[in-house]
Ligand binder design. Structure first.
Ligand SMILES: [Cu+2]
Length: 368
């Protein structure tokens, strides 16, 4: 490979990528907000390349991507809702595979395959027991499928050779699930071959099945841990929470001090065996796969294989910024580094981060 290609080792060694260097500068070089005793100059911490307090060394063009990091974390697609003759709720979703170049770090473009033009794909949401129809059209240049984790008939599994099998470019199919079960947090992804390439190119997302009894109202975020092999050497160069390197370091996820925060975390990283989620200054309850209403653990770090997921619940007791990141330090340095920011007043509707509330009660469910 040439010296000028974007290699993982090269990035780690030189910090040559301005956006990543900028992100790191932001993380390493920012000054504490409150006054502190001056530290005598020793030479340490000065003159290091990349240790500038200025993190505006490049920004991702979210408008060009067609989505913002905040939207990826907080938008839910409840589908088109109707009532079946037997009284059950039917939710219909539209999913299209689209080839689309996305900017994953300032100036770093990735030729993605997407569901509905975004990576990760839309977060679909239903209530336990709803009938689900997903109308899938392949507007991409390669055969694709959607394979949903959940309970369903084999012919609706979205794998090659069974049921509709691979959907060719220009073709359509409908995946129908007689009941959204089990409640929890589940991934979906393309299962066309070669599988690792189809997943890695961006064809994945998640769906939430809310339990019939509901969950306590909370501020909710979806975090898909993913990564990008930008030079196609089967090794990732960029890591992220929801595709944008340092996306939530530059624009922290806003929460209100003391409120319940629920984070749906899944690992869809290809090429690496595991990924992990670690929060600073806090601990969370872990609901593995979200399929029970009692927590499985109380910790500050979880690790996941590809396809694993958990629902995390926590509260932030003090105002300020709380780092969260992969506890594989190398992943963190290559983009999977983020912040929650807790304030007494909570997110304000007029901020760039949109509406103040993102509570979980959904149309068709009691409490809304
Ligand atoms: Cu595919």
């Amino acid at each position: 490979m040439s010296d000028t290609s974007l290699s993982r080792r090269g990035l780690l060694r030189t910090g040559a990528l301005s956006g990543l260097a900028g992100g790191l500068a932001f993380l390493l070089g920012r000054r504490p907000a409150q006054a502190q005793e001056p530290v005598p100059a020793t030479g340490h911490g000065t003159g290091h390349p990349g240790h500038s307090a200025n993190h505006a060394m490049g920004v991702v063009d979210h408008a060009r991507n067609g989505f913002t990091p905040y939207e990826l974390a907080t938008e839910f697609d409840y589908g088109k809702v109707s009532t079946l003759p037997d009284g059950r709720t039917l939710r219909e979703f539209k999913m299209n595979a689209v080839d689309k170049e996305i900017e994953i770090a300032p100036g770093v473009f990735f030729p993605a395959w997407t569901y509905n033009g975004r990576v990760p794909g839309p977060t679909l949401r239903a209530n336990e027991g709803d009938m689900i129809r997903v109308h899938f059209g392949n507007g991409s240049s390669h055969p694709h499928t959607i394979h949903f984790h959940g309970l369903h008939r084999p012919e609706m599994d979205g794998v090659p050779g069974i049921g509709a099998g691979e959907i060719l470019p220009g073709q359509r199919t409908t995946y129908e699930f007689e009941a959204a079960v089990p409640f929890g947090f589940h991934p979906y992804h393309c299962h066309a071959l070669p599988l690792k390439r189809h997943i890695h190119k961006g064809l994945y997302g998640s769906w939430i099945i809310d339990p019939k009894v509901g969950r306590p109202a909370a501020r909710e975020f979806v975090i898909i841990m993913n990564a990008f092999d930008t030079n196609f050497d089967n090794e990732n160069e960029i890591y992220s929470a929801n595709s944008i390197a340092f996306g939530y370091a530059n624009e922290p996820l806003q929460v209100k001090v003391g409120e319940l925060v629920r984070v749906y975390v899944a690992n869809l990283t290809e090429f690496d065996l595991i990924n992990s989620f670690h929060v600073h200054g806090n601990f969370f309850n872990v609901f593995r796969t979200g399929t029970k209403l009692t927590p499985d653990d109380y910790t500050d770090t979880i690790m996941m294989c590809q396809g694993e997921r958990s629902i995390l619940e926590m509260r932030f007791d003090y105002p300020g910024k709380y780092m969260f990141h992969a506890h594989q330090s190398e992943f963190a340095e290559l983009g999977w580094m983020s912040f929650f920011e807790a304030t007494e007043e909570g997110p304000q509707a007029q901020t760039a981060q949109g509406p103040a509330l993102a509570y979980c009660t959904i149309p068709g469910q009691g409490g809304n």
